[in-house]
Design a protein around this ligand. Structure first.
Ligand code: ADP
Ligand code: ASP
Ligand code: MG
Length: 625
């Protein structure tokens, strides 16, 4: 047998380490039929024969979970979340027992265990529980007996006296596997699935997608949270936080697949596994300038033209936001380093003057410049699925009386631009609230960013399960964003791509702006009703929604310090005649909202790293007339 126990007499956290321990996770398609379960059993047995100790995590067979969800909906239009957990957890119970039997048939001792039997302890949040702790003693006992332990993915047991069955959220078996690997200090966690690994985009939508040898956890986290469902984002979060070596491979071949690289080492204490500090760092950059181009035509090619011109001038743009359009015109705002402010403003002015005439679009394009702004950001994988974190950031700044000028969020990053003079107060308060020390470093300073081998864009993700909401005429004063997003957070509604418009409108003597954002389509009705209440309370304007949207995003650490990456994306969209409805960026991603019907076209190969560096796709402003 491949296991050995190592005893570290001075370190109680590391009493038991099993050498050669591998956690292998097989997804739904991989265990979708009896034949496939038998093939999985063969692979597991081979791994044992190679001298390893194996813990296997499996999903429910094929589309079982979808079928169970459908059954519930036939019985109830709003099924109780506790009963949903009870129902959905049965799927994995079928596959663990069958796989265990298939292993035994091959002469390989095996035992199946449910989440409760293992002791995967979670918070008592039905349908979206986070893992707190994993008891490893029973697992280790069975491993020492020479058995393969087959664990039900996606489920756990609450940390309450009633030991309720909980599930981790759809796609959560990946999270079970990586959490087990962290708790058992496994050598690696292998995620076996129905594609060759992580590709530059979803190969089912774009057959030309390319397989990657490796990807950093940071990039994978963005891709996964932006719709690349090959991995559950929370699985990547755990791998990153606990230094788990993870690989995504095909169930059907022996190809090596994609390594998801974590640079961290395992912390000594694995307590509150998924509830550790949600925010890792507070960054502040006081050397930025803001340029906004207002009243530009709402049609394909405008962003491409503007950012193409900026890229030709080698201007490195940091944040970019474009909020929802107003009538038939849009506003686009971006930040650059202060030293580049004049040149960027000149480019924007020249570009604006070449755009279509005012009579068609209501007003002349106008450039606003603020030569000194600060960008404060909170960064952390734990922001995913915790809407209260962004709300808390806005609240903290609002309480200090600091007005937010631009807001741009991703699931792992919330950035706001504020007056440069407020930078120190803002940073100190945010560090205190989130319990972190300020770090001036960001991706920009990391060695990865300066590695020119890294492609500027690692992958492209599409999310068709989002809807857009906007609240018009929000008065432009501190605390407004906090109020709105606190209300949504209280209902546990996660928001992404929060964008505040640059155009201001006076209403009853007050300056007002629009705030738009995206939510999961399934949260739209509740979010919209809530927003209507909030709008009435705050005296804001109309609440608008659009569920026919697609969010397409490019991700890559290599885009740092590389002018023109966003421009290339916008140009690729313009070339397909796709109009961009919203834009938001973080340091390593650019996301655009487009019409739902254009989502798949937006992923086309011109967006992929493969075609990059072959020259710019130029969109000249005069072609827009
Ligand atoms: P499993 O049941 O094995 O967990 P999933 O369906 O959850 O499988 O995830 C695998 C699927 O993820 C693939 O079939 C593919 O369609 C989709 N996918 C989306 N984006 C990507 C990507 N960038 N790379 C690979 N697969 C992707
Ligand atoms: N069976 C669950 C689902 O379909 C968990 C998983 O497969 O990861 O969401
Ligand atoms: Mg999956």
């Amino acid at each position: 047998m491949g296991w050995r126990l190592l005893v570290h007499p001075f370190n109680s956290q590391q009493d038991l380490t099993i050498m050669g321990l591998i956690v292998q996770k097989f997804g739904g398609t991989s265990v979708g039929s009896v034949e496939r379960i038998q093939a999985v059993a063969q692979r597991v047995k081979q791994t044992v024969e190679q001298g390893n100790t194996v813990v296997v995590v499996v999903s429910a067979m094929g589309k079982t979970t979808d079928t169970l969800v459908q059954l519930a909906q036939e019985v109830s239009s709003n099924p109780c979340r506790r009963e949903m957990d009870m129902l959905l957890s049965t799927g994995e119970q079928v596959s663990i027992s069958l796989l265990s039997m298939a292993l035994q048939e091959l002469g390989q001792p095996a035992i199946s265990l449910t989440g409760v039997q293992v002791g995967i302890v979670t918070e008592p949040e039905h349908t979206r529980a986070r893992i707190l702790d994993i008891a490893t003693d029973r697992l280790e006992r069975h491993l020492q007996e020479g058995k393969v332990v087959v664990v039900a993915g996606f489920q756990g047991t609450s940390n309450t006296a009633d030991l309720e069955v909980t599930t981790l959220g759809r796609g959560g078996s990946d999270t079970s596997a990586v959490a087990l690997a962290a708790a058992l200090r496994a050598e690696k966690c292998e995620i076996y699935t129905d594609v060759a690994g992580v590709l530059t985009t979803d190969p089912r939508l774009v057959p030309e997608a390319q397989l990657m040898d490796e990807i950093t956890c940071e990039e994978m986290l963005e891709l996964a949270s932006l719709g690349a469902n090959v991995l559950h984002p929370r699985a990547v979060e755990i791998a990153r936080n606990y230094g788990v070596q993870m690989v995504v491979r095909s169930s059907w071949t022996d190809e090596p697949g994609t390594r998801v690289v974590s640079t961290r080492t395992q912390p000594e204490v694995l307590k509150d596994l998924e509830l550790s500090r949600p925010v890792d760092a507070v960054h502040c950059d006081r050397t930025q300038a803001k340029v906004a181009l207002l009243h530009v035509a709402d049609r394909p090619g405008v962003a491409a033209g503007l950012f193409g011109e900026l890229a030709h001038q080698r201007l490195d743009v940091d944040l970019i936001v474009q909020s929802i359009h107003e009538g038939n015109s849009n506003d686009i705002a971006f930040t650059v380093a202060q030293g580049c402010c004049n040149l960027a403003a000149a480019v924007a002015t020249a570009f604006g003057s070449m755009l279509p005439q005012p009579e068609q679009f209501g007003a002349t394009p106008e450039v606003l410049v603020e030569p000194q702004v600060a960008k404060v950001s909170i960064v952390g994988a734990g922001i995913i699925g915790r809407p209260q974190i962004a709300a808390q950031m806005f609240q903290t700044l609002g309480d200090l009386g600091i007005n937010l000028q631009m807001i741009s969020t991703s699931e792992v990053n919330v950035s706001c631009t504020i007056a440069a003079s407020e930078c120190d107060r803002a940073t100190a308060a945010l560090c205190e609230v989130f319990g972190v020390t300020q770090s001036s470093t960001s991706f920009k300073d990391s060695t990865l960013a300066s590695d020119h081998q890294i492609p500027s864009v690692r992958g492209v993700a599409l999310d068709l399960a989002q809807a857009q909401l906007a609240i018009r005429n929000v008065s432009d004063r501190p605390g407004m964003a906090a109020y709105i997003f606190q209300a949504l957070a209280k209902q546990n509604i996660s928001v992404d791509m929060i964008i505040q418009s640059q155009r201001s409108r006076p209403v009853a003597g007050m300056i007002t702006r629009d705030i738009a954002f995206t939510v999961a389509a399934m949260d739209l009705a509740v979010a919209q009703a809530l927003l209507q209440e909030v709008s009435a309370q705050l005296g804001c304007g109309e609440v608008t929604s659009n569920s026919a949207i697609a969010k397409v995003s490019i991700v890559g650490i290599g885009m740092l310090g590389q002018p023109g990456v966003a421009a290339h994306m916008f140009a690729a969209l313009a070339q397909q005649q796709i109009n961009i409805q919203m834009i938001a960026t973080s340091e390593i991603r650019v996301s655009c909202v487009v019409a739902e019907t254009e989502g798949v076209t937006a992923l086309q190969p011109s967006m992929l790293p493969l075609g990059w560096g072959n020259g710019w796709i130029n969109v000249q402003p005069h072609s827009l007339q």
